[in-house]
Design a protein around this ligand. Structure first.
Ligand SMILES: C[S@@+](CC[C@H](N)C(=O)[O-])C[C@H]1O[C@@H](n2cnc3c(N)ncnc32)[C@H](O)[C@@H]1O
Length: 243
């Protein structure tokens, strides 16, 4: 399959550069400090699919020595411009060979897996990320639930894409971001929970926690579906040791 990364685009990188954590994104990051404090020890972090560095800077603020990697040159350039003292590396797709085994206590990935097609590629990447984990290291995957592509949200619309309802894991789905000027739909690959469980098992990873943040009435946002349907899921996984 030929696949073009919709994020390897200067306008998209510009939009992400100023995005921050508005609306529905607030829920993606709101509960992470608590989850990270509970499950992660050590300070060395890899931010896989760092984009314009929003997630890497977030890890830095939590006290991590974070390295951001991405396959998009425009994203890495933007991340470096926004955080000149940070470490951001352009990598080839699937190639994390620059890093020694067991180099990281936390491998964090926010939304990158929403862009990764196919079970083989996902499995191979998860195995590679597992290789980078220190013995008690954790991978935290933050991504979209399948529900995000079939509801309306403070920050997203999917009403123009009724075909999303028929999508199965690995199928392309489209969604429009309402918080940025660039209203071209983003194309993602949907992935259902049960298929994430299969991926973790195949990559010899053990699921330690899963969390689906919901919006609260006392938050200063105009929630649409957020108080009853979770737009995001956060998986915490560690190595499943070979018997
Ligand atoms: C939606 S952006 C999120 C960026 C950032 N993590 C954040 O939360 O703002 C997803 C990023 O994943 C990157 N990505 C997609 N496939 C990747 C791969 N195979 N390896 C590394 N990065 C990848 C894209 O280039 C894009 O910058």
């Amino acid at each position: 399959m030929s696949f073009s990364n919709v994020y390897d685009d200067t306008a998209r990188a510009q939009a992400y550069a100023t995005l921050g954590f508005p609306g529905t994104y607030h829920l993606a990051y709101r509960d992470l400090p608590t989850l990270i404090a509970e499950y992660v020890s050590g300070r060395r972090a890899l931010d896989f699919g760092c984009g314009a560095g929003r997630s890497t800077r977030f890890l830095g603020k939590l006290g991590f020595e974070a390295v951001g990697v991405d396959i998009s040159r425009s994203m890495i350039e933007m991340a470096t411009r926004l955080d000149p003292d940070g470490t951001y590396l352009l990598v080839a797709d699937g190639d994390l060979g620059a890093f020694e085994p067991a180099s990281f206590d936390l491998v964090f990935s926010a939304f990158a897996f929403d862009n990764i097609p196919g079970v083989e590629k996902r499995q191979a990447l998860l195995r590679e990320l597992r290789r980078l984990l220190s013995p008690r290291g954790r991978i935290i995957l933050l991504g979209s639930t399948h529900d995000i592509y079939t509801h309306e949200w403070a920050s997203f619309s999917t009403s123009d894409f009724p075909e999303n309802r028929r999508a199965k894991s690995g199928d392309r789905v489209r969604i429009v971001m309402k918080d940025v000027e660039d209203r071209r739909p983003v194309e993602d690959f949907v992935w259902f929970h049960r298929d994430y469980l299969d991926l973790f098992a195949a990559a010899e990873l053990e699921l330690l926690a899963e969390h689906r943040p919901l919006g609260r009435d006392d938050e200063p946002y105009e929630w649409l579906s957020e108080t009853t349907v979770a737009p995001w899921v956060i998986y915490v996984v560690g190595r499943r040791e070979r018997q």
